[in-house]
Every structure is written in C-alpha cells, then in structure tokens.
Design a protein around this ligand. Structure first.
Ligand code: URA
Length: 237
C-alpha cells in the first residue's frame, strides 16, 4: 500500500501514529482493516502531563512523538519567557526560524510582536510566549486537528503552571482552538473572553504575520493591546 493510502486509513481510524509489532504476519487474503488492526498499535495523544512540573513538562515536549510532526521538525519549541508571567501570549505554531532556533516568534512576525510589546512597555522576558503547536507544520501549512489534539495537554499544563492573569491569543488558529469555535478573529477581538476552569481572561487579536501583510489593521491591534493592558491592570491591582 502506498504512503498516502496508509495515512488515509489510519486517519479514518483515528490513529495518529503507529509502530509495527515485532513480527508482522500479513496474509495475502487479509482485508486492509484487519492488517491495520492486527499489526499496528495506536499511540495515544499525550494526556498524562497533568502532574508534570515545569522541567519534566519541557522534557516531555522535547521527547514527544505523538503526531507525525516529530518526523520533520528540527526541534520542539516549548516556549520562552517568565514561567510566572502575568501575561501569556499564545500563537499558532513554530515557523522555519522558530524550528531552527527553538524559540517562538523569532522571525519577522516575532520582530513585530516585540515592537508591539515594546509599545505597551513590555519585554519578552517579562511575559511567556507559547504556541498551540510545539512543532513546525512543514511548509507552514495550517495545523491539522489531530496535531492540535496531540499538543493540547502540553499547553493546558503550561497554563496551569504559569497561572497567567491574562491570555493574549494571536491569530485565527490560536483563538479558534482556545475558544473552540470557528468565529473569525474580527468578531472575536475587542472583548474579554474567559478560558478554562479558572476562567482566565482571554483577549484575541490579529496575528503579527497577518499585520505584516495588512498593515492597515494595526490600529485595531493597537486597540486590542490597550484592552489587554487595562484588563491586566484590573487583574493585578
Ligand atoms: N507564528 C506563530 O504563530 N508562532 C511562532 O512561534 C512564529 C510564528
């Protein structure tokens, strides 16, 4: 069977990754579904990170092979900044620069993000920056649903450990994944949402990569940053 067909069968069965058992016996008359069910072992998405401390979580992310992105990444990108920050910024996924350097938002979009932070009196070291995905999707394609599912427990544990006072979600993928919706960013921005059991305030804004392509939207992004600052002050006073 060719690689594409194999992938389609595995996707249809909800299997994200498979490993062969020691001595696969494939009979010529077997149906393909029988072959798969008798010779592959599903590797579940990480769920057991709920008790991991910061360091062990970092190690678990580096070692993760739950989805196929581990095959093409140079390294996993855990996140950067202060693990006790009040502000947590969540982007989409590492790009080529981030994959190479092991740090989120270091490419052109990262330069703009730095400038946006500087404009509101913040430096990267004072906040924490993470992504929905820890590994780069090849060719900078959108993350697949199963990849986001595989990574969700890692981000969830990061949020539990950081206990941010505010989450700034940048871009469509981040916002729709965190808020579990398919509403466009233009309708999600400009208001304070709540995230998770702790009801952490969450503000949505445009992704800096989008702002580089559509600089006329920077004004709205500036308004979102002002809302973020006011909300943060309200939460930390
Ligand atoms: N875009 C993102 O969403 N995250 C990064 O880390 C880099 C670019």
């Amino acid at each position: 069977m060719d690689e594409l067909s194999r992938r389609q069968y595995l996707d249809a069965m909800g299997i994200q990754q498979w490993v062969r058992r020691d001595s696969p016996q494939i009979e010529p008359e077997m149906e393909i579904s029988e072959v798969i069910s008798s010779h592959v072992k599903p590797v579940p998405a990480p769920t057991a990170s709920t008790e991991l401390g910061w360091h062990d979580l970092e190690v678990a992310v580096e070692a993760c092979r739950a989805c196929e992105l581990h095959q093409t990444r140079q390294q996993a990108v855990f996140g950067v900044g202060d693990p006790q920050a009040n502000l947590l910024i969540i982007g989409e996924a590492p790009g080529a620069d981030e994959d190479r350097q092991g740090e989120p938002f270091v490419g052109p979009a990262g330069q703009l993000l730095n400038a946006m932070l500087f404009a509101i009196g913040l430096r990267r070291e004072q906040i924490f920056i993470a992504n929905i995905l820890k590994c780069r999707p090849p060719g900078n394609r959108d993350p697949h649903v199963n990849e986001m599912q595989c990574c969700a427990a890692f981000l969830q544990r990061q949020i539990e450990l950081i206990q941010p006072k505010l989450i700034l979600s940048v871009g469509r993928i981040s916002a729709q994944s965190l808020l579990k919706c398919d509403t466009p960013v233009g309708r999600l921005r400009g208001q304070v949402h709540r995230y998770g059991p702790q009801q952490v305030p969450l503000i949505v804004t445009y992704h800096p990569a989008y702002l580089l392509r559509s600089p006329d939207q920077k004004g709205k992004s500036w308004q979102d940053l002002q809302l973020a600052l006011t909300t943060l002050r309200g939460e930390t006073d």
